[in-house]
Write a protein that binds this ligand. Structure first.
Ligand SMILES: Nc1nc2c(ncn2[C@@H]2O[C@H](COP(=O)(O)OP(=O)(O)OP(=O)(O)O)[C@@H](O)[C@H]2O)c(=O)[nH]1
Ligand SMILES: [Mg+2]
Length: 563
């Protein structure tokens, strides 16, 4: 089988447009793929190429503009919907504070001075995080900024404990990295204060029982004159909820690269205060004091998407990326015949289900679950010197770094496809080199203050490639850039689009020959890198505007993702 192979599936117009593909490759094509973009079948009246129809005129007329398919794949520039997208968010998390303890006494007929019966305050709500499939962006969280768990309710009389505060679960996309920027933990501060006070007691040799008077609640009926003279016992030791033991240790560093069945605790709520029965002593059987609940922990974290999508479409402006995304998914990305129609990534999902509950493609993910869909990121067009932040520059390149597989989309009608492909690779490779330098400089800077990371079950899961980000980050130091696998090591293929336009065949054939030569090692990899990925180099001629040839893409992507 040739190494650089052209994909074509029976039932599309590709063999009709590119007869040379039919003769040579059709017999060897596996038609195991049962992927049928519902949209294409619903909306497109594909003319199946018969041997005789090869001779007929090359461009069957498009259906009327009113037609569903035509309007989906060739929409007016006004017909689109913007899906908000953000790949970074900084969140301020407030775990719930504890409710206050209660000062109360039994009041019953014939019991003049009843014993204390104030309940304890409820503990504050916890904050959890969970990576869920289906989420693709952090924009909702970025907009929220601050997330607060519920405060515990105060204790009540008759020994009624306060209700727990409501928990919060933060749902993030699979592939999110969570890094701590700073934290403020009142319990740790209280522990430190108590320890300092004990130290002073020892050195001065006299008791200082009344520190942190503000932590006490006093019976509301107490006269001010008595209040001034009141003696408080030493504060009970700061308490942590038993859940705090399963909290990731500081500084938090989590790589949520798998979908999670259950949420993971990020910050446990604080404990509630103690009711007055806790302070009964032989001298004071009716204490008129209770403690306030502890303040909840505050965490500032950064969320960053390590994996934006399974497949990223990389191409020059106006190459037809958004149209290709529309033809593969139900996305309503904006299409327009000018450069930079797309200004922020559009994520589309290709469903591999036959809508009868059976997966159309039998391949499985590495960790065993059947893959029922994959995501595609249509990112803004790339121009020359994008690596120097020209055009939408670095922002764009940051996005392609976060995809598992790259599809280089080249417009067959816009001049030499090989030159276009080389130009795209040049920008990508230059960006990679710049980024490598940036990471090295960052690592060196942080090496000076390097502290061995605290043992944490979560941190130990972090891959060794991400080790640079483990250096202790204080609020004064911005977090280091994420260390991601090099772009040139990612699997890639070429989508040669606008193949319906006349005189594109030669251009495509040249491109195909070029890829074969690269694969055979006769020509250098377009990135110029020696260890770049080139296991199999595919090219797929398509006409996205007519949804022809695109059927081959899902199977190809699945092979590259799971292979
Ligand atoms: N004939 C033909 N025209 C196409 C095809 N695909 C896209 N076009 C047209 O090419 C133009 C640009 O398409 P877009 O999908 O907006 O291109 P893009 O790469 O997303 O452009 P930017 O977002 O600006 O980078 C539109 O006028 C499309 O209708 C195709 O397969 N055949
Ligand atoms: Mg676009």
């Amino acid at each position: 089988m040739p190494s650089a192979r052209a994909y074509s599936v029976k039932g599309t117009l590709t063999p009709f447009l590119y007869p040379f593909l039919t003769d040579r490759f059709l017999p060897s094509i596996r038609c195991s793929l049962r992927f049928k973009p519902a949209l294409i079948h619903r909306r497109c009246n594909i003319t199946i190429a018969s041997p005789t129809s090869v001779q007929s005129p090359p461009t069957p007329p498009l259906e009327s503009p009113a037609d569903d398919q035509a309007s989906h794949l060739n929409p007016s520039p006004e017909s689109y919907s913007l899906t908000p997208f953000t790949d970074r968010a900084i969140l301020s998390l407030h775990a719930g504070s504890g409710g206050h303890g209660c000062v109360s006494f039994v009041r019953e007929k014939y019991i003049a001075e009843g014993p204390p019966n104030g309940g304890d305050g409820g503990s504050g709500g916890n904050i959890y995080i969970q990576a869920v499939p289906g989420e693709t962006s952090l924009h909702k969280l970025a907009r929220r900024g601050m997330i607060k768990a519920g405060r515990g309710k105060n204790g009540q009389g008759r020994l009624k404990g306060g209700e727990r505060g409501t928990d919060i679960v933060i749902s993030v996309p699979v592939g999110t990295i969570v890094r701590e920027i700073s934290r403020h933990d009142p319990v740790t501060e209280a522990e430190e204060a108590q320890w300092m006070a004990q130290l002073e007691e020892n050195t001065e040799g006299e008791a200082q029982g009344n520190w942190r008077r503000d932590q006490w609640l006093v019976f509301p009926g107490t006269l001010p004159s008595r209040l001034a003279k009141m003696e408080f016992p030493p504060l009970p030791k700061p308490r942590r909820s038993h859940l705090a033991a399963v909290q990731p240790q500081a500084p938090i560093w989590l790589d949520l690269d798998k979908s999670m069945d259950a949420p993971m605790l990020l910050a446990a709520g604080a404990m509630g205060g103690l009711g007055n029965p806790h302070f009964i002593t032989s001298n004071n059987p009716r204490p008129k004091i209770a403690t306030k609940g502890d303040g909840g922990m505050r965490l500032s974290i950064q969320l960053e998407l390590k994996l934006l999508a399974d497949l990223a479409l990389v191409g020059l402006p106006n190459a037809g990326k958004s149209t290709l995304l529309r033809s593969l998914s139900n996305s309503r990305a904006r299409v327009g015949n000018w450069a930079f129609t797309t200004l922020q990534p559009n994520i589309g999902t290709v469903v591999l289900d036959d809508h009868k509950g059976r997966p159309s493609v039998t391949q499985r993910r590495r960790h065993g679950e059947p893959r029922v869909n994959f995501t595609i990121a249509d990112v803004p067009g790339l121009i020359e010197d994008a690596h120097l932040d020209k055009g939408l520059g670095l922002g764009f390149l940051r996005h392609i770094e976060r995809a598992a597989v790259l599809a280089f989309v080249v417009d067959l009608s816009a001049g030499d496809a090989i030159a276009a492909l080389k130009g795209l690779w040049k920008e990508v490779a230059e960006y990679e080199a710049l980024r490598g330098k940036e990471l090295n400089a960052e690592t060196e800077r942080r090496m000076v203050n390097w502290k061995p990371p605290v043992n944490s079950q979560f941190r130990s899961q972090a891959s060794t490639t991400d080790q640079t980000a483990i250096f202790n980050a204080s609020p004064s130091q911005p977090l280091s850039p994420l260390s991601l696998p090099p772009i040139s090591s990612k699997p890639w293929f070429v989508v040669a689009t606008k193949a319906d336009l006349p005189e594109t065949q030669t251009n495509y054939q040249n491109l195909k020959r070029y890829l074969e030569a690269v694969k055979a090692g006769n020509l250098s990899h377009p990135s110029g890198r020696k260890n770049a990925w080139m296991k199999t180099l595919h090219s797929v001629p398509v006409s996205a505007i007519r949804a022809e040839g695109v059927e081959a893409i899902p199977e190809l992507v699945m092979g590259l993702l799971d292979g």
